[in-house]
Design a protein around this ligand. Structure first.
Ligand SMILES: [Zn+2]
Length: 74
């Protein structure tokens, strides 16, 4: 095998199960952003900074299910 070649991940959808919103059972999710504020004290620029963290929210009720939350949000 060529070491520069990425091993191909053959995803078999029959091996997956559909994930639905735990709140309302909706099947579609949309990418939204949580925002983290970095205080001016800690920011390298000396100004308050806002850092977007992408998460997936239910397209119906906008709940962000627990598995999709960033680790620092626990
Ligand atoms: Zn929902």
């Amino acid at each position: 095998m060529n070491p520069n070649e990425q091993p191909e991940f053959n995803l078999d959808f029959s091996q997956t199960e559909e994930y639905v919103c735990p709140e309302c059972g909706h099947k579609h999710f949309t990418q939204v952003f949580k925002m983290r504020k970095l205080s001016a004290m800690l920011a390298p620029t000396g100004n308050e900074s806002y850092i977007p963290v992408p998460v997936y929210a239910c397209a119906n009720c906008h709940t962000v299910p627990e598995p999709f939350l960033p680790p620092d949000n626990k």
